[in-house]
Design a protein around this ligand. Structure first.
Ligand code: B12
Ligand code: SF4
Length: 494
């Protein structure tokens, strides 16, 4: 069976990092882990090819080659997915779809032959058996959420790893919290399931064998969802890292209560975690309460951020405006918080009701739902009727983005972050010396010569060199990412 695995295109969003990636000569941040995992679950005898449309076009010859096409997508890729399905059906190919969008938006994908709802560890082997006896069903949904012991090592070799800036691995699925807007707990459940230490280390071995060095993103929605197991993993991870000469630097996502646990923080520092994404959402307690985000109300959020930074980890964070309880001065308060927290990468979005979430159900009951979300919470579109005047909300949102990504504000946060985050060794590098120099030259040319804000760039670089010479590579990386965010902000502000 010739199997074509297709990952549809993302729009140009904050998360695409496209403007920053081009400096490194890369087109995309991560290969599609869902499809690499699905590929590893297929029978050995099946031939496979991957087309990640974020780095290469889907050619008619790819479709013609295939007997069956597997596609995976998030909601934000839905338009591209729809086109992929149409193209493949025009060639009369069997099309199988899965992933988060298929799970929550399957009703819109009527053209696909087979739809996988949720995780595929138990349903994919069932589908292969059904297909072989000519009785494959249209919908596959697992009766229960699978234990991750059934998850194989992803087929990393299927992707051309050199085209990406980082590699993804997954340790756990699910999160114990119950934030109202969150679809993770609907898709992956509230009981975090983890892989074993052996599974995780085997995945890292596989990445190492595939030639990878550099950043590895542990894509869990909440890496510390199962604290007991994570505390067992971290020493093994630190030990693996030392034995292999620290080839990887880790990034992950975690809930804010990470700051309450020194043992975890210390374990993460030893295991080479350098960046962590937190769901902070808002400094307004009434809005956090409305979002059922009790874990963010317990302590002082600014203090929590500072504490995590003191363990050598840069904090990135998500922020949201549009809660019913947001006060009139919410926009100024978010700007102030982001400034004081020294979080360079602040992903501010408008509240979005994703399908099948508690928020979706409440807004539906209240008659406030408008349409399905675009999936991109930074494009300035609202899919529900907010309490605040909608125009004021969207304008206020844009004003936050303009303020926090103006060069002066951004570079100051980056410098404050470099000051606070002290790591005991440099980050693992993916590129060799020559490509590092090329990257630096491209950044200097774009930000230091062509950009109208070049004065701010050189002021930042000279301050970074005087105060944080040993972190020069970090300072340059932050400048590149800041440039990406500024370019997109200019886009949403017209
Ligand atoms: C890594 C990640 C990213 C990476 C994507 C990298 C990449 N190339 O894949 C980055 C950081 C770029 C990203 C960005 C965004 N992301 Co994202 N992301 C994730 C995250 C944390 C992990 C994805 C992953 O690798 N999972 C591990 C794999 C193994 O799991 P899986 O994909 O679910 O695959 C399993 C099954 O679904 C199934 N399966 C998957 N595909 C297929 C296909 C077939 C044919 C079959 C049979 C089965 C199958 O089999 C697998 C094994 O069981 C998920 C959360 C999560 N827990 O999955 C969010 C998530 C997918 N992202 C989400 C969102 C909303 C976004 C953004 C829109 C955020 C934003 N507001 O801007 C952006 C959009 C991207 C862009 N450029 O604009 C949502 C999607 C919601 C939805 N219903 O579609 C999720 C669920 C998180 C969330 N709740 O916010 N993301
Ligand atoms: S902490 Fe994050 S992953 Fe967990 S329920 Fe809240 S938003 Fe979802």
């Amino acid at each position: 069976m010739k199997t074509l695995l297709v990952y549809p295109e993302f729009p140009d969003t904050y998360w695409s990092f496209r403007h920053a990636l081009s400096f490194e000569g890369k087109r995309s941040a991560y290969p599609p882990l869902g499809l690499l995992t699905v590929s590893a679950m297929l029978p050995d005898a099946w031939e496979r090819r991957l087309v990640d449309m974020n780095i290469q076009p889907l050619k008619p010859s790819d479709i013609k080659w295939a007997d069956v096409v597997f596609a995976s997508a998030m909601i934000v890729q839905k338009e591209s997915l729809r086109r992929v399905v149409e193209l493949c059906k025009a060639e009369d190919k069997r099309v199988v779809i899965g992933g988060p969008y298929a799970t929550s938006g399957a009703k819109h994908l009527s053209q696909a032959d087979h739809i996988f709802l949720g995780e595929a560890e138990t349903t994919l082997p069932e589908f292969v058996r059904d297909l072989e006896r000519g009785a494959a069903k249209r919908i596959y949904q697992a009766a229960e959420r699978p234990a991750l012991s059934a998850t194989p090592i992803p087929d990393f070799n299927l992707a051309d790893l050199r085209r990406y800036s980082s590699m993804p691995v997954q340790y756990s699925r699910g999160c114990p919290f119950q934030c109202e807007f969150c679809d993770i707990i609907e898709i992956y459940g509230r009981v975090p399931r983890t892989k074993s230490n052996e599974q995780m280390l085997a995945e890292l071995d596989a990445l190492l064998r595939a030639g990878w060095r550099g950043t590895v993103f542990i894509v869990d929605d909440n890496f510390i969802g199962n604290k007991r197991n994570v505390k067992r993993l971290l020493p093994a991870l630190a030990d693996w890292s030392e034995r292999h000469g620290r080839p990887f630097t880790f990034i992950t996502e975690a809930s804010v209560n990470l700051a309450e646990d020194d043992e975890l923080l210390d374990g993460m520092r030893r295991a080479q975690f350098r960046r962590v994404f937190l769901g902070i959402e808002t400094p307004v307690k009434a809005s956090l309460k409305e979002a059922q985000k009790g874990q963010n109300i317990r302590g002082d959020l600014l203090h929590s951020v500072r504490k995590i930074q003191s363990y050598g980890m840069e904090v990135m964070a998500g922020f949201i405006v549009g809660f019913d309880n947001d006060p009139d001065d919410i926009f100024e308060r978010q700007i102030e918080f982001i400034r004081e927290s020294a979080i360079p990468l602040a992903m501010v979005g408008l509240l979005t009701a994703l399908p099948d979430t508690q928020l979706w159900r409440r807004l539906e009951r209240e008659g406030r739902l408008l349409l399905e979300s675009t999936g991109n919470n930074t494009d300035g579109s609202l899919n529900f009727v907010p309490k605040m005047d909608a125009t004021r909300l969207v304008e206020g949102y844009k004003s936050i983005m303009r303020a926090i990504y103006s060069p002066g504000e951004y570079y100051q946060r980056a410098l404050d972050c470099l000051e606070r985050v002290v790591a005991d060794s440099p980050e693992a590098r993916h590129n060799n010396f020559t490509s590092d120099v090329m990257t630096l030259l491209r950044i200097a040319l774009a930000l230091g010569v062509r950009d109208r804000e070049r004065g701010e760039f050189w002021r930042y670089i000279s301050r970074a060199l005087t105060r944080h010479r040993e972190k020069f590579a970090e300072a340059v990386r932050l400048a590149a990412v800041g440039y990406h965010f500024r370019k997109l902000t200019e886009g949403i502000n017209g």
